[in-house]
Design a protein around this ligand. Sequence first.
Ligand SMILES: [Zn+2]
Length: 444
Amino acid sequence: MKLYNSYSQKVEELKPIEPGKVSMYVCGPTVYNYPHVGNARPIVVFDTLKKALEAQGLEVTYVSNYTDVDDKIINTAIEQNVSEKEITDKYIKAYAQTRADLHADQPNVTPRVTETMDQVIAFIQKLIDLGAAYQVGGDVYFRVNADQAYGELSHQNMEDLMVGARIDENTKKENPLDFTLWKATDKGIQWDTPWSKGRPGWHTECVVMIQDVFKKPLIDIHGGGLDLKFPHHENEIAQCEIVNHTHLANLWIHNGMINIDNKKMSKSIGNVRWAKDLIAQFGGNEIRWILISTHYRAPLNLNEETFQQAEKELTRIQTAYNQACVKLQMADAQDSYTVNEESWNAFIAALNDDLNTPNAISTIFELMKQLNQALRKRDIDTDLVGSLKTTMEKMLYVLGIEFEPVVVSSEDKEMYKKWREAVKEKNFDVADQYRHTLQEKGIL
Ligand SMILES: [Zn+2]
């Protein structure tokens, strides 16, 4: 598979460090609210990537964290007069539910910061020992000058970054770009350390959790939203360069952002769309379809039309699929068929081309056309229909689209026969009644 690597700014072949196995880490959410549709995009993108790799026989270890220590969590807990853990448990559950509703696998490991604190503290100490971090009062900062290559991911040099940096007159930092590793605080959850009672900075958590789970200095894929590239991922790399002399992952993959009616989604505009509301209104299939209909690196704009289009497309595919289910059962056909190699290979080739899901979807439409043609024949070729249907199921599984197969009862079969007879005898009133009932049952 070839993927666009933000680090090299090139499309590169994925070469697993351990043959046959892929290690993948995706930055997870800070859990103080429900996931919005912007959070749903990496869930779907990286689950599709995982399934595409698995479909080709690779074993993927997929890790995504929960940031359960943060000012926003502490403030939400204070506002609602509950513990931080009540807040984080609630929204971690909500995330797992949204994943399930979008037909995404739960990651193999979902580390939490609160459960990784010993390692976080030891890691910060190591950075201090190596001269890449310094203490000011109870706070600890990373010294970006310690990393000669700082800016390597976002392709900015130190001078450019300094121009954009916020210069805080009161700061005790050596360099405005230095970032917080440890923050002294007396508000909210705190841990005891040699520096102060406090909590860790966000950028350290992911590096430590990656090391802690994978037990190696370099993984295959590190993913996340484009908004995390700088400074979050840049800072992850900087710390890893100091401690392990690697840039943490061979491939840095970033998904694009979501706009609502061509406007950036933000709380201040009031246009935040919660994933759970959209799923309740349109269903998991439709939301997932929308999220994969645009290439993962491109911005995705949601509007009325997007939803209508997705519904139309999915209905066309589902109708063909249902018809294949029904006709095969009517013909008392067998249960398993071979995959149509040509269609399947075209589908996989699209996914292997930088996870080109829009092109993969086109191959499903191609297959659907063939299936519809085969279904229009008076006496269907069950081997052909069965093979196309099996291939379609396999493709839809990789894209995370789930259709409930239509089950035809013996009564339904009886009615179907009667309908065909009535049509044959030109007894159209009776045929219409049968047709109506069969349509209601989803058989026609
Ligand atoms: Zn992260």
